[in-house]
Design a protein. Structure first.
Length: 342
């Protein structure tokens, strides 16, 4: 457990700022879950407390992940300070405005009913624009000043590409929503593409793929896989998840609901699931092989060390976490540092 906490910890001031905002949003989402359960409110509908929950969870998870990523990028304190403040303020305001509208009992999105509602929706658009710029800057940094560990670097870059894709899907959703309002004079919930396409589905997949990729990289490190094996696992996860997201985009674009598996695009979903399963099998086989070799006394630890710990990618950016031999305690200067956290 301590190794997991260490792997997920945030160290830079900018990263901790993002982590603190994430805790606030996740706490708000949890509180609204309780309120919804106690009050017996409806989950569906444009004025449901569902929105503070889903947006709080989504943006909270995203901010924590961005803090984790910034923690592992090449250090640029002034840029990171400004970037983290922009992300925190825009994220908190976005969820805050959605929450206020939910408690007022009025829709938060595409609500042009009153001047107040119009101002709120326009201001929400400003916060989304600021958040989008912050995500684009983080993506540029992920390619220009990437993490040193190749497996983490692969996960971060692939994940940020999907995040940027999610921004494009979000713009598509705004256009669909505005068209619906113009044609029907009603607030869409949910926004639909065609007869039953749900663009919020690929939108969510795009924003949370990075967490799946990083989880795969961290698990490969804890399993003790060699660097090449770990990268192979992450590549399979990236390919499988991307195939699923492509299927979700096509599914929405042709106007089919996510549960409607008719159409040739379903092959993309099957391919994605198969690739993810292959990644899981390879991770399990690699972990069992490492355990068997350790039990046989042929190796004292992973060939290349757990992913991220050899280079410090899962620890503070200024160097790898050092441990006393055979323990999880920080090493003293006289101790021999070992990379294993297993």
């Amino acid at each position: 457990m301590r190794a997991v906490i260490s792997a997920l910890s945030l160290h830079k001031p900018a990263s901790r700022r993002l982590g603190a905002a994430a805790v606030v949003l996740l706490g708000s989402a949890a509180a609204h879950v309780v309120v919804l359960l106690v009050s017996g409110g409806e989950w569906a509908g444009p004025v449901s407390l569902r929105k503070p929950i889903t947006f709080g969870l989504s943006i909270g998870m995203l901010l924590w992940t961005l803090g984790w990523v910034i923690d592992r990028l090449g250090s640029r304190p002034r840029l990171e300070k400004g970037l983290s403040r922009a992300l925190v303020i825009s994220g908190l305001l976005e969820v805050g405005l959605i929450t206020v509208q939910a408690w007022r009992g009025v829709p938060s999105h595409f609500n042009y009913t009153t001047v107040t509602d119009l101002i709120v929706f326009v201001f929400m658009g400003v916060t989304v624009a600021v958040l989008s710029v912050g995500l684009l800057v983080t993506t540029v940094l992920a390619f220009s000043r990437p993490p040193t560990d190749p497996t983490i670097r692969l996960a971060v870059r692939a994940g940020m590409v999907l995040v940027v894709t999610g921004l494009g899907i979000g713009q598509w959703m705004i256009e669909l929503g505005n068209d619906f309002v113009e044609q029907t004079d009603r607030v869409p919930d949910p926004v639909l593409a065609g007869e039953a396409g749900v663009p919020t589905f690929p939108h969510a997949l795009a924003f949370h793929g990075i967490q799946v990729f990083l989880a795969a990289a961290i698990l490969a490190g804890f399993a003790g896989l060699a660097a090449r094996s770990a990268q192979r696992v992450v590549r399979l996860v990236v390919a499988g998840y991307s195939s699923l997201m492509l299927w979700a985009i096509v599914q929405a674009a042709v106007g089919q609901a996510p549960v409607d598996l008719a159409g040739v695009q379903t092959g993309l979903a099957v391919t994605g699931i198969a690739l993810l399963a292959a990644a899981g099998v390879q991770l399990l086989v690699g972990w069992r092989q490492v355990r068997a070799e350790k039990s046989a006394g042929r190796i004292d630890g992973p060939v290349d060390g757990p992913v991220g710990y050899q280079t410090g990618a899962l620890g503070p950016v200024n160097g790898p976490v050092r441990y006393q031999t055979g323990t999880l305690e920080p090493a003293r200067e006289t101790d021999t540092a070992v990379p294993s956290v297993l």
